[in-house]
Design a protein around this ligand. Structure first.
Ligand code: SAM
Length: 197
């Protein structure tokens, strides 16, 4: 994005004004307004959380009675009321850490993972979808019955296969693009409500 476009970007400006670390926070806010993925008191697991916009927003939505844990390969600066773990979600020990922190299954798993983009769209798309399958391995073990989830999806060849895979695990799903997601970006969000396992 050119600097001049960034200045015009209302979500970036809003994030700066309201103390959110990324404009992405508004994607989660908007998705939550439409679908109520996260409510007060929820336990929320944020996979691929750096720099922390979604975790900040999740902490705001869950309030004092909730718990939020964010995991990322990258270091994330401390966020009030969020437990952070620097780790690869593909590592098996991560599930133990999650269960140890929450002490019970979570109400929502939110996944905004992106691989380091190479510029080769089919490679980046395949890697992003593969990260989502890794998230589902974690989700299957930590998400409570009737819990909710959201996955970023780089739209492409394997998106519908992933959607069909997820569809079997939830009562309702919806593929959507929040306004805060840039029009030129091919990302979509798969909102999943009512985990059935
Ligand atoms: C688009 S950013 C997330 C933005 C975040 N939702 C926010 O609001 O600030 C995607 C993140 O996925 C992380 N990621 C990619 N592969 C990962 C992996 N295997 N394990 C953990 N994090 C990963 C990247 O490090 C990157 O920080």
């Amino acid at each position: 994005m050119k600097l001049i476009d960034a200045r015009k970007d209302q979500y970036r400006r809003l994030a700066h004004e309201q103390g959110f670390r990324s404009r992405a926070a508004y994607k989660l806010k908007e998705l939550n307004q439409s679908y109520r993925l996260i409510g007060p008191g929820f336990y929320v697991l944020d996979l691929g959380c750096a720099p922390g916009g979604w975790s900040q927003m999740a902490a705001k939505l869950t309030g004092n009675q909730g718990k939020v844990m964010g995991i990322d390969l990258s270091y994330v600066e401390e966020i009030p009321n969020v437990h952070l773990l620097q780790a690869d979600i593909e590592d098996e020990f991560v599930i133990e850490e999650i269960m140890e922190y929450f002490g019970r299954k979570v109400n929502a798993v939110i996944c905004d993972l992106s691989p380091k983009v190479s510029g080769n769209w089919s490679v980046d798309h395949a890697k992003q979808i593969s990260l989502n399958y890794d998230c589902t391995k974690i989700m299957d073990q930590v998400l409570a019955n009737k819990g909710n989830a959201v996955f970023k999806v780089f739209d492409g060849e394997y998106s519908m296969e992933f959607r069909d895979y997820i569809k079997k695990k939830f009562a309702r799903i919806n593929l959507t693009k929040p306004k805060a997601s840039r029009k030129q970006s091919s990302e979509l969000y798969l909102v999943c409500m009512g985990f059935t396992g």
